[in-house]
Design a protein around this ligand. Structure first.
Ligand code: WT7
Length: 644
């Protein structure tokens, strides 16, 4: 494959007034925006045309493409086969141990139909929820699309989440079915998965069946009558299934994400608007050409990036994708580059944390491979630091491929702010401008737009098609979390700080709430704190995100032990880190546990995380005048200096 630069041009011209939030310029008029999205909806096949683009009369509860009906799976699979593209590869799948599968669109249709027929045989009907915890194997995609085809909202739970985390997600959504696997390959080893999901479902009577994919062949515990093997149930089904159409607002999936409290929120996404914006952003941001591109998004399907940019967006655009099961250094540090070379990957979309890991492994690793097929590089998950941006462009992109830094969230569903390839000169570290059709602003704490060179809060001041439709089962929490901060202006508050530069381009500055970003994964301080205090030895805990050279932020926990706990610092640390991994998952393990005699609190009892962050980042401690007891910081510092 040779590099191409000619097709990186947007297929659709941007609307005249695209709503870029440049200070001093008013956003695009509502009619233009709606006409723009109406054109984007033509990317999909609608069984019934919609009558109204947006109904915002019950804000903040949006309805997009009102009256329209479609089948999401038909749009992602069948229509491509019907148009004569059945032989096109949908996925080049690479297993961690080196096994591979090639799945064409015709194969995908057969597998999705069989899976859908299997789910029907279990008595599931439209609206029932299905929980999925699977490794990065093709069955994960088949399962999601089968759910979409039948109108069963799926709730995919990242494979690294603990049984306790899975259980709470199953309970919240009252899932009737869980789809999982016997085990998963991780760093060259087959690790159990079914054993963990059995622990999660021990107390979830809503789960009637557990459908189990055999991936590793390891022994599994089995409950007769409830548990079913995928290869027995699914493989026996007919590969024909006629899709039914659903309302544009039919729930497509729930995906849980951390907020500022201990309880994850079930973010609800629906069908027509979500798929429209997934297809539009994927096509536009990456300049995706279904005839020429080989696209690889390295996310896990357990995160929103996997939903929108491995499954729904790429498949709606009839993309040929690479899907990889394992870790990037198994069996060696060149694994990703080997895969890029093998398949001639043209678009590679990953997270800054992995780029920084590649930097650590050294530039001689990618240099051993032919990466000349790469035409566009994407970044997502956290602000990309300029050094990582430059390294990425130079060593993976041959100093030629544009790097697109994409800002968005689980809640936004799809990309919102990103430079477009072929647009004005890219700025390392800046997501730059809202996409055509999107309006975002940086405002001060009164909700007034700030000027060039100024910082504030990032808000989305106009509804967008792939916006969340709510928090599953909790309308109040939806209003409170996203719409109360700038209620007077009717702005959606994203939780991020941002700044305009002198050109009016947007630079993201990280979260302004108690949410940490570890390796591009959102983890709330409250969630880790409640896991820590559930350990019998811990009286109180405060958690902060401290900057980390590889993971962006790392979790640092300050704990007060219960009286009578006699442990060496090393034992405490090991036991508590393990405990958090058990409660939430290994991604939430604190990097450091600091045992302290007191925590810094204001007179109203709020923990001053800012001061703890100073300690965690080895800085001089800042202003302590609002502390209830100003000597606490001395006490903490003295204790840590003692090594006690
Ligand atoms: C939070 C959303 C978007 C899918 C993966 C994470 C941060 C994400 C960027 C970026 C700066 C970014 C924000 C956002 N974030 N992408 N390109 N530049 N910050 O989804 O778990 O919902 O997290 O990730 O803080 O609010 P998520």
């Amino acid at each position: 494959m040779s590099p191409r630069s000619d097709h990186r041009v947007r297929s659709d011209s941007p609307p005249t007034a695209a709503g870029e939030a440049v200070p001093g310029q008013p956003g695009q008029a509502g009619d233009d925006r709606l006409a723009f999205w109406a054109r984007q909806a033509e990317r999909l096949h609608w069984d019934t045309e919609w009558t109204t683009v947006l109904d915002w009369s019950d804000a903040p509860f949006a309805r997009w493409f009102v009256g329209g009906r479609l089948n999401v799976a038909y749009n992602c699979v069948d229509r491509h086969v019907e148009a004569g593209h059945g032989d096109q590869v949908a996925f080049h799948w690479e297993g961690e141990p080196g096994d591979t599968r090639t799945i064409t669109y015709a194969d995908l249709r057969r597998e999705v139909c069989k899976t859908a027929n299997a789910l029907l045989s279990l008595g599931l009907t439209a609206g029932d929820r299905v929980a999925i915890q699977l490794p990065m194997i093709p069955e994960a995609v088949f399962a999601m699309l089968a759910c979409a085809r039948l109108g069963l909202p799926h709730s995919v739970v990242f494979g690294g989440f603990s049984p306790a985390a899975l259980q709470s997600r199953i309970e919240d959504a009252e899932a009737r079915l869980l789809i999982t696997s016997d085990g998963q390959y991780r760093r060259g080893r087959a690790e159990p998965m079914k054993a963990g999901t059995d622990e999660a479902t021990r107390n979830t009577p809503c789960v009637e069946h557990v459908l189990v994919v055999r991936r590793t062949g390891i022994d599994v515990p089995w409950t007769d009558g409830r548990d079913l093997w995928w290869h027995e149930l699914v493989d026996a089904q007919s590969d024909q299934h006629t899709p039914e159409d659903f309302d544009a607002e039919h729930p497509l999936f729930i995906l849980y994400t951390s907020g500022t409290t201990g309880r994850p929120k079930g973010i609800l996404h629906t069908s027509g608007g979500y798929l429209t914006q997934a297809a539009y952003t994927h096509g536009t941001v990456f300049g995706l050409d279904p005839e020429a591109d080989v696209y690889w998004c390295t996310a896990d399907i357990g995160w929103i990036t996997g939903h929108s940019y491995i499954v729904y967006g790429p498949l709606a655009n009839r993309t040929t994708s690479v899907m990889y099961e394992g870790t990037p250094n198994t069996p060696h540090e060149g694994r990703h580059f080997e895969i890029i070379e093998k398949y001639g990957v043209t678009v590679y979309y990953t997270a800054p944390t992995l780029i920084r890991t590649f930097m650590k492994w050294g530039e001689d690793v990618p240099a051993r491979y032919d990466l000349s097929s790469i035409g566009v590089l994407g970044s997502v998950g956290e602000p990309i630091n300029p050094e990582a941006w430059r390294w990425y462009r130079k060593h993976i992109g041959g100093d030629r491929a544009p790097v697109v830094d994409t800002w968005w969230q689980t809640e936004t569903g799809t990309i919102m702010i990103a430079p477009l390839p072929g647009g004005p000169a890219a700025k390392p570290g800046s997501a730059q401008t809202p996409l055509p059709g999107i309006s975002a602003k940086v405002v001060d704490d009164q909700g007034r737009q700030v000027g060039k060179g100024e910082s504030g809060y990032l808000v989305l001041d106009q509804p967008w098609p792939s916006m969340l439709r709510g928090v599953w089962g909790d309308d109040d929490r939806y209003r409170e979390t996203y719409w109360s901060r700038f209620a007077a202006q009717g702005h959606y508050f994203a939780g991020d700080g941002a700044r305009y530069d002198e050109d009016g381009d947007i630079w993201l500055l990280g979260r302004v709430d108690d949410v940490m970003n570890v390796s591009g994964h959102r983890i709330s301080t409250a969630e880790v704190e409640s896991a820590l205090v559930s350990h019998p030895a811990v009286a109180e805990a405060a958690v902060v995100g401290a900057s980390d050279a590889t993971t962006g932020q790392a979790i640092v926990a300050f704990v007060i032990l219960r009286g009578g706990t006699v442990w060496s610092a090393g034992d405490v640390s090991g036991a508590l880190r393990e405990h958090v991994a058990q409660e939430i998952g290994p991604i939430a393990k604190p990097r450091q546990i600091m045992v302290v005699p007191e925590l810094p609190k204001t007179r109203s009892g709020k923990i001053m995380r800012r001061l703890l962050r100073d300690v965690a980042e080895n800085r001089e401690v800042g202003d302590v005048t609002t502390l209830a007891d100003a000597s606490v910081m001395d006490l903490i510092n003295a204790g840590l200096a003692d090594g006690s």
